[in-house]
Write a protein that binds this ligand. Structure first.
Ligand SMILES: NC(=O)c1ccc[n+]([C@@H]2O[C@H](COP(=O)([O-])OP(=O)(O)OC[C@H]3O[C@@H](n4cnc5c(N)ncnc54)[C@H](O)[C@@H]3O)[C@@H](O)[C@H]2O)c1
Length: 248
């Protein structure tokens, strides 16, 4: 188990902090060489350096994943650091704002869709042909519990994450014949900077039957299962990881 990603190349987006960093760290601890991608250049350099200092193989790539013109930097890292291989892609980069339907500006609407949906689409497209050629690979998209429920406090984010689930199914159907397994996780509230800054962690914890919000590793463990070759037959699903906050 500890070396289950030995010899594998993983890419984790939005890896400068939070859930993305926790996922990259666990993957590296289990043997993968990890490419950490984030729009926050200083943050992702620091995150990769902390993995390197712990003796892991990690490379930082700074780019805005929603801008295809910046993707050559990712291709260069795959060709150099990854020697042209990608075994696992975790599309985790994302973000949200609390705004009601009347409050949402067009620029906020577009930012939500670019950050959550366009990034997932473009990054998947960037690596899928490599995985198809390998005839192996795992892609895990990070959606949200919000995708499965109506939301009056962030309807744009709920719609964007529902689009991530739709893309998960479409890419899963397209890539499964090439033995590339695509799935999603839908986290409930997770104890990251983003949740802490929103100041809602204590209030959200009351809605969770387990009595607490999730820790990043609670979610990362499920991402890593879906991203590993232990997952042999889960395809096109969104696994809700929310401490029982709601049950599908
Ligand atoms: N924290 C929660 O409660 C929670 C709940 C459900 C789903 N999620 C989802 O989990 C994922 C991670 O959440 P988090 O709480 O760790 O968030 P976070 O804000 O702490 O981290 C997200 C990272 O993504 C990066 N990023 C954003 N846009 C980018 C872009 N265009 N290109 C490259 N990098 C970009 C940010 O710089 C940041 O480092 C997100 O997709 C989020 O929507 C979080």
């Amino acid at each position: 188990m500890s070396a289950e990603f030995e010899g594998q190349i993983g890419i984790v987006t939005g890896a400068a902090r939070g859930l993305g960093f926790a996922t990259a760290e666990l993957m590296a601890q289990r043997g993968a060489k990890v490419i950490l991608v984030d729009i926050d250049a200083a943050g992702v350099e620091k995150a990769a350096a902390s993995l390197q200092n712990a003796g892991h193989a990690a490379q930082a790539v700074a780019l805005d994943l929603s801008n295809e013109d910046e993707h050559p930097r990712l291709h260069a890292a795959i060709q150099g650091f990854g020697a042209g291989r990608v075994d696992v892609l975790v599309n985790n980069a994302g973000g949200w704002r609390y705004s009601t339907s009347r409050e949402i500006s067009m620029s906020e609407w577009e930012w939500i869709f670019k950050t959550n949906v366009t990034s997932t689409f473009l990054t998947t497209r960037a690596v899928m042909d490599i995985m198809v050629k390998q005839k192996s690979g795992r892609i895990v998209n990070v959606a949200s519990g919000a995708a499965h429920k109506p939301s009056t406090i962030m309807p744009h984010y709920a719609a964007a994450k529902a689009s991530v689930i739709s893309l998960t199914r479409s890419f899963a159907a397209e890539l499964a014949p090439s033995q590339v397994l695509v799935n999603a996780v839908s986290p409930g509230p997770v104890n990251t900077e983003a949740l802490q800054q929103a100041g809602v962690a204590a209030e959200r914890a009351k809605l969770v039957p387990l009595g607490r919000v999730g820790e990043p590793t609670d979610i990362a463990e499920v991402i890593l299962f879906l991203g590993s070759t232990r997952n042999r037959f889960v395809v096109g699903q969104s696994i809700v990881v929310n401490g029982g906050m709601f049950m599908l």
